[in-house]
Design a protein around this ligand. Structure first.
Ligand code: ADQ
Length: 489
């Protein structure tokens, strides 16, 4: 394609994700204020220079009226975002229901919901119907904005039905799909009532990507065992049609963190924090408050460490920053109370009039405050029970070039594959082992810390988010679109 002035246009990349990277607040009948949320995906794609990215997704708000929808569409267009409008009932059934209550726990090995079987079956069916309907609504918007030559990159477990919907519209559309969570063992995926339909829909894509080789292998096994398709070194093949399947480990925009450490605001914050925790080693946890992050297990391991190491009791503090998410879901409310109860008990048990061993904050921190915390930390504790990758571990390493602190990392986080050589790897379910790792980390000699940090820092600064996005998109561009749909059901 060429512009009117004859210069070639950059290829357009349509990024489709459940949520747009903005928070939208309604100011009046036809006015909105928008704030860009600088997540990993946004900075990854800002770094991809040879493509012109457009975002398609839900803005996270219910806009039932046409005036509001028009105004929001116009405001979003300035940020290169295109909204998909979902009503409250669809959001309830598709997002809270099928995505967060069924797929999220299942993909993290927490199984399907265990309530009354009949009720579960009924709600399962209506939630799956809503999931398909919502995916079709995303597909309608993509199709409306698609121009020949665009590439379409679908993200995550919310949109597993999308590749098929898109190919039904236009078989020549180049479609990639990337999963940010683990893909579980095929034995786990087999329990999902809609297992085959979802696999077939994903296989309609030209390229399917995962964070690790293991997740890619689990996906291929699910396709061979459940659908009877053939697994090949390139991906999954059926009746001559190949879907490329590969690992594309995500990274972070490490320069953004390294640069932030030089900002005056961050330097001031670092000095303040160092003063406040003078004489004590700082341990840090930063997680969304989600059952997959293993927060109760982490805190119990810290308690065991304090129990077994009385000399450390007034010399170490654990800062646990937990951003509440999905706060309307009962399991998440239960988790919050459980964490509060454990923290209260441990602080009551080991606290003194002047200090407590655990500071637990139920909130998000802004970027600069987070960088300062990462920088003053001696030991970071990432104990996810399962985690697609875990970017907190990467962010911590990026901010540690002065201090050279230790990373304790769950072997069930995708990051264990990349940062395993520099971190202390643990089984987060084994509280005794995690407690022993805390002691090992706090007592680690400086030369060993330095050696481990160097390894991880080299990885985090050379495998960036930008490189991840570029590799995925250029590989997607290289796939040959086979203009036929699978016919086998
Ligand atoms: P998440 O489950 O959200 O992502 P993670 O990869 O750790 O997990 O990313 C969380 C992001 O939120 C980080 O950038 C972190 O800085 C930020 N964050 C977390 N707690 C915060 C707090 N209290 N205050 C401020 N910021 C906070 C999903 C998958 C992961 C996968 C990513 C990317 O579950 O496994 O690594 O997508 O693919």
């Amino acid at each position: 394609r060429e512009r009117l002035d004859g210069r070639p246009c950059r290829q357009r990349l349509l990024v489709v994700a459940n949520r747009l990277p903005v928070s939208a607040i309604r100011r009046g009948e036809d006015s909105w204020s928008l704030e860009i949320s600088a997540g990993g995906l946004v900075s990854a794609l800002l770094g991809v220079k040879e493509f012109e990215a457009r975002w398609i997704g839900w803005a996270g708000v219910n806009v039932p009226d046409e005036v509001g929808q028009k105004a929001l569409t116009k405001a979003l267009a300035e940020k290169r975002c295109i909204p998909v409008f979902l009503d409250e009932e669809i959001v309830h059934q598709y997002y809270n229901g099928y995505c967060n209550n069924i797929l999220w726990p299942l993909f993290h090995y927490l199984g399907l919901p265990q309530e009354d079987r009949l009720a579960t079956t009924r709600s399962f069916q209506s939630q799956f119907a809503a999931y398909k309907k919502a995916n079709q609504m995303f597909a309608d918007v993509v199709n409306k904005h698609y121009e020949e030559g665009d590439v379409v990159w679908c993200h995550d477990y919310h949109l597993m039905f999308l590749p098929k919907c898109l190919k039904e519209y236009n078989i020549k559309m180049k479609v990639g799909w990337f999963l940010h969570t683990p893909f579980p063992s095929s034995e786990i995926h087999r329990t999902l009532p809609s297992r085959s339909e979802l696999l077939r829909s994903v296989l309609a894509a030209d390229l399917v990507g995962f964070h690790t080789y293991d997740y890619a292998r689990h996906f291929v096994s699910a396709c061979t065992r459940i659908l009877g398709f053939e697994g090949t070194p390139e991906g999954v093949e059926d009746q001559g049609r190949l879907t490329r399947v590969a690992a594309f480990p995500i990274g972070i925009d490490s320069d953004r963190f390294i640069r932030a450490l030089e900002a005056t605001q961050v330097q001031d914050n670092i000095r303040e924090l160092a003063e406040r925790f003078k004489g004590r080693k700082v341990m840090l946890g930063v997680d969304r408050l989600d059952m997959i992050k293993g927060i109760p297990q982490k805190i119990l391991a810290f308690e065991k460490f304090l129990e077994e190491n009385p000399d450390w009791r007034d010399k170490v503090v654990l800062l646990q920053i937990a951003v509440p998410t999905r706060t309307d879901v009962p399991e998440y409310q239960k988790l919050t109370s459980q964490v509060h109860e454990i923290v209260g008990r441990i602080n009551g048990r080991f606290g003194t009039l002047s200090a407590v061993p655990i500071h637990h904050l139920d909130r998000s921190l802004d970027f600069h405050a987070l960088c300062a915390l990462y920088a003053i930390t001696d030991v970071a504790l990432v104990t996810s029970l399962r985690d697609g990758m875990n970017l907190v571990s990467y962010e911590f390493v990026a901010c540690q070039d002065t201090k050279k602190g230790v990373l304790i990392l769950s072997e069930f986080a995708g990051a264990a594959q990349s940062l395993g050589a520099g971190a202390i790897l643990v089984n987060p379910w084994n509280i005794t082992e995690v407690a022993a790792s805390i002691a090992q980390a706090l007592n680690m000699p400086a030369d060993e810390r330095e050696k481990r940090h160097k390894h991880n820092f080299a990885h985090v600064t050379s495998h960036t988010a930008q490189e991840w996005a570029e590799t995925f998109v250029s590989e997607l561009n290289d796939t040959v679109v086979e203009a036929k749909l699978r016919t086998r059901q």
